[in-house]
Design a binder for this molecule. Structure first.
Ligand SMILES: [Zn+2]
Length: 497
């Protein structure tokens, strides 16, 4: 098996992944800003983070994962301009910033659970001499860590204190004409599309705030060696990654939009404070596109969120499968019909699992012919997380099992699902009542009889059976759907009207 390979934005190449310490991966992901529900484009990023973490685990690594939650300091423009996003919502809703953050954190966790995204555990409150290496941590709980890093940056001569705040001296850090490590752009190109707030206190318009002072209208304020104020957005990721995972990370993830400002600034802050390389592999996911045109969001005048799919009777995991159906570095077109097409595939896999279980195949070891599928699945995953190919291999294996009439592949399928996270085992284990189980068995027999009638070209009998199957399926909350290849499968009935 070839080792795990991933595209490293630092070198713009697919590289073999080698962690700093054998067997252990330190992984930091930029998390949500909690002032609104996360839309499906945001959720694609977290499906990617989860898939990467699962892929590392699939390869036997012990993954130490930290994700931050931004609940202060993220302005309506990434380049420090505008209003604090959390405070803007707090004012609009007549709530405190903490209440706003708590509300949207709970919603984020619910959406992640529905998508089988495993989040790290909440960071414990208060100071710990040795904090855990897997944590979901809030910016406002880590102000001390940020102040400490800002202090190191200032002491090393890369930060300067003014009446309006402590700023990072970008030009000093980069040197004359220096370009950014990730975006590979000069400062003027990098900020060409950003409206820069040029405070007269800044040495250069490109300098960014580490700590903001003298903003009496800002609701969240803390004491610091430079005065009462609040942190800039970028410093939280430098401070929290260092606090939980150490000064050099194996992997740092984020969206492509983080490259030109947020991640360049994180690198500058961290490396000027520590003198060590910040992250060894930077990985970035591409966007979900076409959402503006999505019918589902039109009435609400916003991007669709997971609740929109759930309200339409769609299994959220069909959205996860849609994400897996594209390479994480490619744009992915969103539409309801694309999600529905994936739901059909998900139903097909569920039905296969039930068939395999009913046929008793689970009592035996998997057929030897499944080994080749497991191997090529693993190979595709290790090739820069090629999930669309991996998914195709899964469906091919199921197709071959049906063709061979040998359904003893369930263990392999569930092993695939450790990576895909489609929840196949969970749904299979949902306990069935006796009455329901016998109803399903009857349905299964009718289905088989219909298949035989079709095979012997007795279409009249097949049609009669279809009517019976429909009635029986309806009673059990299923519906019969035709799938390519002249077969039909049973799927749970939609709640949709
Ligand atoms: Zn970040």
């Amino acid at each position: 098996m070839k080792p795990f390979q991933i595209y490293n934005s630092l070198h713009r190449a697919v590289e073999e992944f080698v962690p700093l310490k054998p067997g252990i991966v330190t992984f930091y992901s930029c998390g949500p800003t909690v002032y609104l529900p996360q839309h499906l484009g945001n959720m694609r990023a977290y499906v990617f983070v989860d898939t990467l973490r699962r892929a590392l685990r699939f390869n036997g690594y012990d993954v130490r994962h930290v994700m931050n939650i931004t609940d202060v300091g993220h302005m309506t423009s990434d380049a420090d301009a505008g209003e604090d996003k959390i405070e803007k919502t707090a004012r609009a809703q007549g709530k405190s910033p903490r209440e706003v953050a708590d509300f949207y954190i709970a919603q984020f966790k619910r959406d992640c659970a529905a998508l089988n995204i495993e989040l790290p555990p909440d960071a414990p409150a208060g100071d710990h001499p040795k904090p855990p290496q897997s944590a979901l941590c809030r910016a406002t709980d880590n102000i001390d860590a940020m102040i400490a890093v800002i202090g190191r940056i200032v002491a090393n001569g890369y930060g300067y204190v003014t009446p309006s705040g402590v700023y990072f001296d970008v030009e000093k850090w980069r040197g004359p004409g220096g370009i950014g490590r990730l975006a590979r752009q000069s400062l003027s190109d990098q900020y060409a599309s950003q409206r820069l707030e040029h405070s007269p206190d800044k040495k250069s318009p490109h300098d960014f705030a580490l700590w903001v002072l003298n903003q009496p209208n800002h609701l969240m304020q803390w004491d610091s060696p430079w005065g009462r104020g609040y942190p800039g957005w970028h410093i939280e990721c430098s401070a929290m990654s260092m606090k939980y995972l150490g000064e050099t990370l194996d992997i740092h993830s984020g969206g492509l939009d983080h490259i030109p400002v947020h991640h360049e600034n994180e690198i500058a802050q961290s490396e000027s404070a520590t003198g060590h390389p910040f992250a060894r592999y930077f990985v970035h996911n591409a966007f979900l596109v076409g959402m503006e045109g999505a019918k589902i969001s039109k009435s609400a005048g916003r991007f669709p969120v997971l609740d929109d799919l759930i309200a339409a009777g769609i299994n959220p995991l069909a959205f996860r499968m849609l994400c897996l159906g594209a390479k994480y570095r490619s744009e992915l077109a969103f539409s309801i019909s694309a999600v529905e097409a994936m739901e059909l595939k998900l139903d097909y896999l569920d039905e296969f699992c039930r068939n395999a279980q009913r046929s008793g195949a689970t009592d035996f070891e998997d057929a030897a012919w499944t080994n080749a599928y497991l191997e090529s699945f693993h190979e595709e995953i290790n090739q820069d997380l090629n999930t669309p190919r991996a998914l195709a291999i899964v469906l091919d294996m199921v197709g071959e099992a049906y063709r061979r009439g040998d359904l003893s592949v369930l263990n392999t399928l569930l092993r695939f699902d450790e990576l895909l996270g489609l929840g196949l085992a969970e749904r299979l284990n949902e306990s069935l009542s006796e009455e329901r189980a016998s109803g399903l068995l009857q349905l299964e027999n009718l289905q088989q009889e219909r298949e035989r009638a079709r095979a012997s070209r007795d279409f009249k009998r097949a049609d009669e059976l279809r009517v019976q199957i429909n009635q029986q399926a309806d009673r059990l909350g299923y519906e019969l759907r035709d799938v390519p290849g002249g077969r039909s499968i049973l799927t749970p009935k939609r709640r949709r009207s």
